[in-house]
Design a protein around this ligand. Structure first.
Ligand code: EPU
Length: 420
């Protein structure tokens, strides 16, 4: 397996262009199952996760061409209803084929995704929402077996212990597009990725209102058509580069991102004394020598994203004081603390809080993380650290950051891949 070697301290400069959103692209790709007509999806990041979704769509009977960030999905033969363990277990996003398959075929057998290092990650809200739409859901041998005599619209409350669920909202919304009657989802996820999926479904002929708010209304239609759709930019990738600039006290320019999707991060950066200017969609980051300590708690959108918690903690590890970082979405998502401490950080965990006592310097070290965003935090720490950092298992980074090494090198970082 490859490792990423980083020679710090990096001084980043220049521009970086943000790729299409992974977490918007995955459910959008699943939504192509709702039509037998041709779909073209543009601005799809070429990542391990999107390639896994391509493999899953192919296994379900779609023909997919994927090159230069453009996906063309056609359906040469009948759809199949079984989503195999091998594909679903490697990536949770695959579970969102359940809603479309059920809506299109009235049956689906989809492997349960299981937990991962960031938490147990149950699917009860997906099951609850689809059951309310008149589906019978059973579990057998690690699979969800769903059947319906016809989906019917319903009034559904989809909030869970940790708030709304992104992929449960996506699954239920997709299924409801072809249900008989009207569905109202209360406590729906408001994430831009859910809004993007709704916009794509509307372009396919779905009748959806309220997307982007906690109450989404879907009036079922008989059929959805093909579509030509462009995926939104990846706000988490953009946030990761902003935080890399903050940690290395660099000035960089970020192109192609949507500033309004990053308001919660920008607010916290201002508190930390880092200047971020939005100039007609181009973001300029002007970091300062002294990073002020800032406490933050993650929440569903528009709150601070859990997917930037680890990277923010890497910056706070270098702040001039104590900060408390709380994860209210995934209370166990702190795998990166031990690795950051191996680089000289002084962070301790107390329950769902990471308490960081900022240090003057981080030092390069061999590190490893078992999750995508934790790995991104280690890359940020490596850029800011003195000496050589080796980030092992870059498999995780390849799941979510398109051309990471290339983009960092273009920003002036001394980074390369090596065989581990
Ligand atoms: N939850 C339940 N029951 C459910 C579903 C979720 O209790 O049926 C809980 C989860 O355990 C968690 C909270 O609800 O505590 C929110 O989870 P959510 O369902 O929103 O997460 P997800 O939809 O499975 C997506 C992203 C994650 C991102 C979360 C939160 C995709 C493919 N994944 O997951 O992205 O962290 O939303 O914003 O969209 C990543 O990109 O690194 C990543 C993990």
């Amino acid at each position: 397996m490859d490792k990423l070697v980083i020679q710090g301290v990096a001084s980043l400069k220049g521009e970086v262009t943000i790729s299409g959103s992974k977490n918007a692209a995955l459910p959008i790709m699943a939504a192509t199952l709702l039509t037998s007509e041709d779909c073209v999806i543009r601005n799809v990041p070429m990542l391990r996760d999107t390639k896994t979704m391509v493999a899953l769509l192919k296994s379900l009977g779609k023909k997919v061409e994927f090159s230069k960030n453009k996906l063309t999905v056609t359906q040469p033969a009948a759809l199949k209803h079984i989503a195999d363990y091998k594909l679903v277990s490697t990536m949770r996003g695959s579970f969102c084929v359940l809603g479309p398959l059920l809506a299109k075929l009235q049956k689906a057998k989809v492997s349960l995704p299981g937990g991962c290092v960031i938490g147990i990650r149950p699917v009860d809200l997906h099951i609850k929402g689809l059951t309310a739409l008149n589906a019978m859901m059973n579990f057998d041998n690690g699979y969800v077996i769903a059947k319906t005599k016809g989906l019917k619209g319903a009034h559904i409350y989809l909030g869970g212990v940790f708030g709304s669920s992104v992929l449960a909202t996506a699954n239920v919304m997709m299924a409801a597009t072809l249900a008989r009657g009207t569905t109202v989802i209360e406590s729906a996820a408001c994430e831009p990725e859910v809004e993007d999926l709704a916009n794509m479904l509307i372009d396919m002929g779905a009748k959806i209102t309220g997307h982007g708010s906690p109450k989404i209304t879907i009036v079922g239609v008989k059929k959805l058509s093909g579509v030509n759709y462009k995926v939104i930019p990846d706000r988490i990738e953009a946030g990761t580069y902003v935080l890399a600039a903050a940690a290395t006290r660099s000035n960089i320019t970020i192109k192609g991102a949507n500033y309004t999707h990053l308001m919660s991060l920008m607010d916290k950066l201002e508190e930390a004394g880092i200047k971020v200017i939005n100039e007609k969609g181009i973001i300029h980051v002007k970091a300062r020598k002294v990073i002020k300590p800032v406490s933050v708690a993650t929440h569903p959108y528009p709150g601070f994203p859990t997917d930037l918690q680890a990277q923010f903690l890497a910056v706070m590890a270098l702040a001039g004081g104590i900060s408390v970082i709380t994860d209210r979405v995934y209370p166990d998502r702190f795998i990166h603390i031990a690795e950051l401490n191996r680089m000289g950080a002084n962070i301790r965990r107390e329950g769902t809080n990471a308490i960081a006592q900022g240090v003057k310097k981080l030092y390069g070290a061999p590190v490893m993380a078992s999750d995508l965003r934790a790995s991104a935090a280690l890359v940020i720490a490596g850029l800011a650290a003195e000496g050589t950092t080796e980030v092992h298992r870059i498999y995780h980074l390849e799941r979510g950051y398109e051309k990471l090494e290339e983009k960092l090198v273009a920003l002036g970082a001394n980074v390369w891949k090596e065989k581990a």
